[in-house]
Design a protein around this ligand. Structure first.
Ligand SMILES: Nc1ncnc2c1ncn2[C@@H]1O[C@H](COP(=O)(O)OP(=O)(O)OP(=O)(O)O)[C@@H](O)[C@H]1O
Ligand SMILES: [Mg+2]
Length: 241
């Protein structure tokens, strides 16, 4: 392996179990949809969006589904680093040159996980991810994979994620415990609500409970679930670091 993903290297670990819980919850919330288009974002930088996308993709692929990761963080693409892929070509080039995205897909060492890397950093990322070509790409890709997982830049600083949120079935928010203020996370949620995004829930990341040296992940349904009531389902699992 050229990379280190906990869901690959330690598939029986409690953290991998946490990703299976997340996988189950996402599947549960969109049970009636054929292809699931899920975007992962966060309020601020470095909260764990990209690593969550990668591990969730592995976890879903382990059920036999095909997953395409689209690295739409054209400002700071990282999926190629996580999966040990080249990034000389990728989404930015496919969009800019109006080329067939299929020519840019890269298989990973994980069966069932394909990545469209971000490609070289373009001068106009928001314009590219908001383009009709991007919408068409998402539409066409969803016909070829069981699940699309879309990695994005942070919500609050730039518009890219809010634009993309309108093209997917649901949004998962990653919240880095202790690193992002409640207000900041709330601002991100409001920005997503404003564009009509369906927030499926949140992953609380980087919770370091000193006493047991545990990471906790938990996932809850947002306020926009089908019953339209505030309903927090806490599927909490603990994971030794
Ligand atoms: N739970 C965790 N435990 C330990 N390290 C973590 C955890 N989550 C993320 N990291 C590390 O923090 C860094 C940032 O993670 P990641 O790249 O996934 O964040 P991001 O939100 O995608 O960042 P960016 O905003 O730059 O795109 C990485 O080095 C990652 O390995
Ligand atoms: Mg990232």
């Amino acid at each position: 392996m050229t990379y280190s993903l906990i869901t690959v290297e330690q598939s029986k670990s409690p953290i991998s179990e946490a990703f299976r819980t997340l996988r189950t919850n996402v599947q549960f919330t969109s049970i009636d949809l054929k292809t699931q288009k899920i975007m992962v974002t966060s309020a601020g930088p470095r909260e764990g969006k990209s690593i969550t996308v990668a591990n969730l993709a592995v976890s879903i692929a382990q059920t036999g589904k095909t997953v395409l990761i689209i690295d739409s963080d054209l400002r700071n693409p990282t999926q190629h680093k996580i999966f040990g892929l080249h990034n000389g070509q990728g989404l930015s080039v496919a969009l800019f040159e109006d080329e067939d995205f299929r020519d840019y897909l890269k298989e990973t060492e994980v069966t069932g996980v394909t990545v469209l890397t971000g490609g070289p950093i373009p001068p106009n990322p928001a314009e590219l991810v908001g383009s009709n070509r991007m919408k068409q790409l998402i539409r066409e890709a969803s016909q070829e994979f069981d699940v699309l997982l879309i990695d994005t830049p942070p919500v609050v600083a730039v518009t890219d994620a809010s634009i993309l949120a309108q093209e997917v079935d649901g949004v998962i928010m990653v919240v880095a415990s202790g690193e992002v203020s409640k207000d900041y996370a709330q601002t991100a949620k409001e920005q997503l609500d404003k564009v009509g995004a369906k927030i499926l829930g949140a992953v609380l990341n980087k919770v370091d409970v000193k006493a047991g040296d545990y990471y906790y992940y938990y996932y809850y349904h947002g306020s926009q679930d089908k019953r339209k009531k505030r309903h927090h389902r806490k599927d909490r699992v603990s994971a030794s670091a």
